[in-house]
Ligand binder design. Structure first.
Ligand code: COA
Length: 170
């Protein structure tokens, strides 16, 4: 890995929507890497509520104003993650590990990505305890059932979820 590439990392995911758990990983990753590219997967096998543009906008709004915002960029990508990592000049893929149950899937992805691009390393951040139970799906489940999602997601996402639920009703 070159010196330059060590300073830039890509945090990839679906982010449908971004949660406080994701934000915690971005903040901590920014403490290690000079640049953190948040890569929002444009196409996903998941049934998403938000378009890629909306998911990128929520990431940008959630990060704006934070002490770690400088050096964080969000964008969407299609195709292979390793190609995106190369395109932005990064050398590291960041993933969050919440529990042992995440390990199998994450290890599989890390192995595949290493087969595809041996010069790109995957680095795992252990999710903070207080966010270890959060996922984007569980947040959407709480929201659709009328629960308060404000402890789990940034304010911009609370508002976007309200809007999307209103439009689903009408
Ligand atoms: N806080 C909160 N939630 C977290 C979290 C954290 N710290 N860490 C993981 N999660 C949750 C996410 O919210 C998400 O929840 P959901 O399933 O309810 O949506 C889940 O854990 C994991 O999803 P995510 O981190 O978004 O990853 P993903 O599996 O959706 O995305 C890609 C995987 C997009 C990065 C991967 O498929 C990819 O690289 N695709 C491009 C094609 C490619 O390169 N393929 C070959 C390699 S697989």
């Amino acid at each position: 890995m070159s010196e330059a590439s060590k300073t830039a990392a890509v945090y990839a995911g679906t982010f449908d929507p971004i949660t406080n758990g994701h934000l915690d990983i971005i903040r901590r990753a920014r403490g290690v890497f000079d640049q953190v590219h948040v890569a929002v997967a444009g196409s996903s096998s998941k049934k998403v509520w938000f378009t890629a543009e909306e998911r990128v906008a929520m990431v940008n709004d959630a990060v704006a104003g934070a002490a770690f915002a400088d050096g964080v960029k969000a964008d969407s990508f299609d195709g292979l993650l390793v190609d995106y990592v190369r395109a932005v000049g990064a050398g590291v893929i960041i993933r969050g590990l919440r529990a042992v149950s995440d390990y199998e899937y994450e290890a599989q992805m890390a192995h595949i990505n290493r087969q595809l691009a041996g010069d790109i390393e995957t680095v795992f951040f252990v999710t903070s305890e207080k966010f270890s139970f959060i996922s984007s799906s569980i947040v959407k489940n709480v929201a659709v059932n009328g629960g308060d999602v404000s402890p789990f997601v940034p304010q911009v996402v609370v508002e976007r979820l309200k809007k999307v639920l209103q439009s689903k009703k009408s």
